[in-house]
Design a protein around this ligand. Structure first.
Ligand code: CMC
Length: 388
């Protein structure tokens, strides 16, 4: 005992077998159930991708319609859950509210959750996918003092979310198809990414036999950190601080200085040592969406300049630090008029099918057992108690 492999950050440890998502970080390849992300981004929808991640195969038209019906059936939140959300201070961060309200789902839906029953496990997964946008929009509406909207079930998944976010009582909301399409695509791009920190957290919590609501709530809190999903919010704040394309060179110099903790947010990735394929798609989409919406955002110039500088700078080239998914998503979210503190919440909505698919996979994995890493002890040897 005591002789364990030392692998801080688990960079060289496979914690499970999984058939859901494949990444080749050197080539910049990302496949969901074998399908390339760019094909899914072009041809699929977020609900179809959710079905694919959960079930392993693309649905037939009838299967997809049934799945969408089921999700739609579970979009409402319990009125007491709404009251719970309304107990927060008005200035609570929506990620804090989302994590707490998802954790609270285990108090609302425990009576129909028998973890041994595959149908009940599936139902819990559907509930999480269905309610996440309702809870997310409610957190936002509460934070700005607007009435919480109920899900309008005549709409599709992403339109319904946008409706809950932006509808005001006095007028009918006209949803721009450009915005709805862009949002759906962003959800697809975020839907899964194998054993990232939040998904590994869901699995670690799930490995103890904890319920899926508690497991996913833990995933949400892991996602919140700026090294993970919180990076999209951090990117936008950083771009705003840099402020002007002429300040970019200075920011790049700071990021290279090892005595300065400053990092370029939205650059680098544990697995991708090449262009993040999701960033490539979002980059193209950013230009298209900003063009279609007629948005002229000076922060985009800053972002472009930053990318240009970083891609040719030896420091970034040697370390293979490319822009990642969070680098561009913030700019699009901003163009779509999503407030900055909601960016990571959107990531959470998108990642939910991934989290629940991993949780479901773990439940039937014959190799699964409680996650329990070891350590290398560096503390004091045994000593006898004596008053200091
Ligand atoms: N700016 C400046 N230097 C960097 C950056 C950066 N953004 N990222 C990595 N480095 C340097 C780092 O200092 C180290 O240099 P050296 O070898 O000289 O000590 C080298 O590159 C390797 O970095 P690392 O920290 O060992 O890599 P990691 O795999 O532990 O961390 C990361 C990956 C994503 C946490 C890190 O690149 C980072 O902090 N990036 C900024 C935050 C960010 O954009 N996060 C989003 C990740 S993608 C999607 C998601 O998960 O949400």
């Amino acid at each position: 005992t005591g002789l364990f492999t030392y692998d801080p950050g688990f960079g060289a440890t496979a914690s499970c077998k999984s058939a859901i998502t494949y990444i080749d970080g050197d080539q910049g390849v990302l496949l969901y159930r074998g399908y390339p992300i760019d094909q899914l981004a072009e041809k699929s929808s977020f609900t179809e991708v959710s079905y694919l991640l959960m079930n392993g195969e693309l649905p037939s038209a009838a299967e997809l319609a049934k799945f969408e019906d089921e999700v739609t059936h579970h979009t409402m939140m319990h009125e007491s859950l709404k009251a719970f959300l309304q107990g927060f201070r008005h200035d609570a961060h929506p990620m804090a509210m989302l994590a707490a309200s998802v954790a609270s789902m285990s108090a609302f839906y425990h009576d129909t959750l028998d973890l041994q029953d595959p149908e009940q496990r599936r139902l819990a997964a559907i509930r999480l996918i269905a309610k996440m946008p309702t809870l997310a929009a409610a957190a936002y509406r509460y934070s700005i003092g607007h009435p919480i909207r109920y899900p309008r079930n005549s709409l599709g998944y992403t339109e319904r979310f946008l409706h809950m976010m932006f509808e005001v009582p006095s007028e009918e909301l006209e949803l721009s198809p450009v915005i709805a399409k862009a949002m759906d695509l962003l959800f697809i791009l975020h839907a899964d990414h194998e054993q990232n920190a939040s998904t590994s957290t869901v699995r670690l919590v799930g490995s103890t036999g904890a319920n899926p609501y508690a497991s996913v709530a833990a995933g949400i809190t892991a996602l919140w950190g700026p090294a993970h999903g919180g990076a999209n919010e951090a990117v936008l704040k950083q771009l705003a601080e840099i402020g002007d394309a002429k300040n970019v060179a200075k920011a790049v110099e700071r990021a290279k200085d090892k005595n300065d903790p400053f990092r370029l947010m939205g650059f680098g990735h544990r697995v991708y040592k090449n262009f993040d394929p999701r960033a490539k798609i979002i980059r193209e989409m950013t230009h298209k969406v900003l063009g279609e919406l007629g948005v002229n955002d000076p922060l985009l110039d800053v972002a472009m300049k930053l990318e240009e500088f970083a891609l040719k700078d030896d420091y970034f080239v040697e370390r293979k630090l490319y822009p990642n998914v969070d680098f561009y998503s913030g700019i699009i979210y901003k163009a779509l008029k999503i407030p900055t503190e909601m960016f990571t919440v959107l990531f959470a909505i998108g990642r939910t099918p991934g989290w629940v698919s991993h949780w479901l996979e773990q439940q039937v994995d014959p190799d699964a057992r409680i996650g329990r890493p070891r350590q290398i002890y560096t503390g004091s040897p045994k000593r006898d108690y004596a008053k200091a």
